[in-house]
Design a protein around this ligand. Structure first.
Ligand SMILES: [Fe+2]
Ligand SMILES: [Fe+2]
Ligand SMILES: [Fe+2]
Length: 326
């Protein structure tokens, strides 16, 4: 992460916000992957603010969602200031041990807290930006304390050496597992692609709220699919990752840094074929899965995507009907 300290001009402010945004995209993605790589309801920690025992995995996902909201806030402000929000991301890493992921998560929280809190603005300039940056920074302070408490709890119960789920070469050979990986990449891509359009159309609240709902649905499908993958003997994949000899995986491009669509019509047009392609993948996957809980869940995801395709067709047609909507 580039360190930007002195903010003098509007360009400096946009640059600071974009550096932060690239970080926020990466951690929203990285934390969720760390959580999806560990068991549900197995490790608990005493949350310092909630003052109750919380499931480590569930809270890491919650923190990942906070980071997604930070990304959204930053993207909207950058757009309002006349800048272009970046969809590049910082590097995403997964270590074999759960403990090492938590250590990294705590370290990245402290790094970004410093980025936000050390930015120096001339007195009275960009007051709302200064305020936003400070507000976000205290979410990061809270997250850092949560990661510390999680690590303490795992040390106290002797779980330092516990490993993440790993990919089983036998499971990977199965067609349904390969297809589910493909679906997960598409769900994740669509979640972010919708967010781009939420940011682009943030001044048009009717449209942006509808697109945001679809983005959240894709997040939910991504989440449920990660659990299904574990039941199938595999674990969520980090796109474009390289694994070193110690089993550490690193990716500089865990999700696309570019999404098509530069205006209302071209953005809406791109979503329909993307939804249809995802629908056809679920339709191919379902006959490979035996009747039961997993199949029921996958059918729900397919249903939501069919609903998205319906909504998107009408959002596009309605925009085409109105003169001056570009
Ligand atoms: Fe954040
Ligand atoms: Fe954070
Ligand atoms: Fe969808």
């Amino acid at each position: 992460m580039e360190k930007i300290k002195s903010i003098q001009t509007q360009e400096d402010a946009i640059q600071l916000l974009n550096v932060a945004l690239e970080h926020e995209w990466a951690v929203s993605f990285e934390y969720t992957i760390h959580a999806y790589s560990m068991p549900k309801g197995k490790f608990f920690y005493q949350d310092p603010v909630l003052k109750r025992l919380q499931d480590v995995r569930a809270q890491i996902i919650q923190i990942g969602i906070d980071e997604m909201y930070h990304s959204l806030q930053l993207g909207i402000i950058i757009t309002q200031m006349g800048g272009t929000p970046s969809f590049k991301t910082d590097e995403v890493i997964r270590y074999p041990r759960i403990m090492d992921n938590l250590k990294r998560d705590k370290k990245t929280e402290d790094l970004v807290t410093a980025l936000y809190q050390d930015a120096e603005f001339p007195e009275g300039s960009f007051p709302k930006i200064q305020n936003m940056v400070l507000n976000i920074s205290y979410d990061e302070v809270r997250h850092s304390d949560q990661f510390v408490a999680m690590m303490e709890a795992m040390r106290a119960e002797g779980s330092e050496e516990v490993l993440c789920y790993s990919s089983n070469p036998e499971s990977l050979k199965k067609e349904e597992v390969q297809l589910l990986h493909e679906i997960m990449r598409d769900e994740n891509e669509l979640m972010h692609r919708y967010l781009k359009y939420v940011i682009m159309f943030s001044e048009h609240q009717d449209l942006s709220q509808r697109l945001f709902k679809n983005s959240i649905d894709h997040m939910r499908n991504w989440d449920k699919n990660s659990g299904i993958l574990i039941k199938m003997g595999d674990v969520i994949r980090i796109e474009n990752a390289v694994m070193d000899e110690t089993g550490v995986e690193k990716s500089a491009s865990p999700m696309p840094s570019f999404y098509p669509g530069e205006n209302r019509l071209s953005a809406l047009e791109t979503l329909i074929p993307a939804e249809k392609s995802l629908i056809s993948k679920y339709e191919r996957l379902l006959p490979m899965v035996p009747d039961g809980e997993i199949k029921d869940q996958l059918e729900k995801h397919l249903g939501w995507d069919r609903e998205h395709a319906f909504t998107q067709e009408w959002l596009l047609r309605n925009a085409q009907k109105i003169k001056g909507m570009i």
